[in-house]
Design a protein around this ligand. Structure first.
Ligand code: SAH
Length: 276
């Protein structure tokens, strides 16, 4: 029998006996929590939460997901909402290293996927430099899961053979000047932007200047996969005039946006937040 279907002990209790890697004391698991809906957590993440001694989590991780942590686990909130300056990054890595060296099983829980605009690489570099062992548990990134919940295929044969993921913020919270906007504009028919709500007007102007059609559709998907999910559609020309947008949001530019007309399936209001 599939151990996950053992109703006598509950659907997930059997994860203890399932063939998951052992969470070794003194190591760090860098885990993606997915975009929000608890049901989008991976089984590996769930297993890690059930065994961690310390959970160091981002602001975007919900209490429902934190509730999967082992009773008695120490929960440490590591601040930092996407896009804001993060002077505290050094403190976070120091905490991870110190807790691991004290012999704890440390689970670093990040929204979405730890390696997608999540600074997971920096944390791994710091752990490697300190000789602390770690494992990466990928998660469903908001730029994939958010699109799915809004009914936008990230790729579709009639629309795009490539897709571009980018951030609308640099390390300081400013519009990333390091981004070569003309190249981004030409890179692919569909652009998926993280942390771009604040600078959307400036980004839209640059994309139009670089040749994207002003009447191209733009979607803002805020609080994706959650009961508070909001979907707003306008054109690139209109995006240049938007002032305040709901956050956290994924912003999509390109024809994929209008596929939501037929594919949108998620009734946020009716979802009750239960398993998305
Ligand atoms: N590692 C994360 C991204 C971290 S950056 C991932 O893979 O998803 C934070 C940005 O992610 C936010 O500014 C927003 O652009 C996006 N984001 C995260 N959760 C979101 C959600 N539920 N809905 C919409 N956007 C989200």
């Amino acid at each position: 029998m599939n151990p996950l279907h053992n109703t006598e002990i509950g659907p997930f209790a059997a994860l203890d006996d399932a063939p998951f890697p052992r969470f070794e004391p003194g190591t760090v698991w860098l885990v993606g929590a997915g975009p929000g809906a608890p049901g989008l957590l991976t089984l590996m993440a769930y297993h890690g939460l059930a065994h961690a001694d310390v959970v160091v989590h981002d602001s975007l991780v919900s209490n429902t997901i934190l509730g999967f942590a082992r009773a008695g686990a120490e929960l440490i909130h590591a601040g930092k909402r996407g896009g804001k300056p993060s002077a505290d990054q050094t403190d976070i890595t120091k905490t991870l290293v110190a807790k691991a060296k004290s012999g704890a099983r440390v689970l670093r829980l990040k929204g979405g996927d730890p390696f997608m605009f999540g600074r997971g690489g920096e944390e791994c570099q710091a752990l490697a430099a300190e000789g602390v062992g770690f494992r990466i548990v990928p998660g469903v990134s908001a730029g994939i899961g958010g699109l799915a919940y809004a009914g936008l295929p990230a790729t579709h044969r009639d629309i795009n053979q490539s897709v571009t993921f980018l951030t609308g913020h640099d390390l300081t919270g400013a519009l990333p000047n390091a981004i070569d906007w003309p190249t981004v504009a030409r890179a692919s028919p569909v652009l998926v932007m993280y942390m771009a709500a604040k600078h959307l007007p400036a980004i839209a102007v640059r994309l139009i200047e670089a040749g994207r059609a002003p009447d191209e559709p733009v979607a803002v998907i805020a609080n994706a996969t959650l009961p508070e999910q909001i979907f707003v559609r306008f054109t690139l020309r209109e995006a240049a005039m938007q002032r305040s947008l709901p956050t956290p949001a994924i912003i999509v530019v390109g024809a994929a946006v209008d596929m939501a007309n037929t594919i949108a399936w998620f009734d946020a209001a009716a979802s009750n937040g239960l398993m998305g």
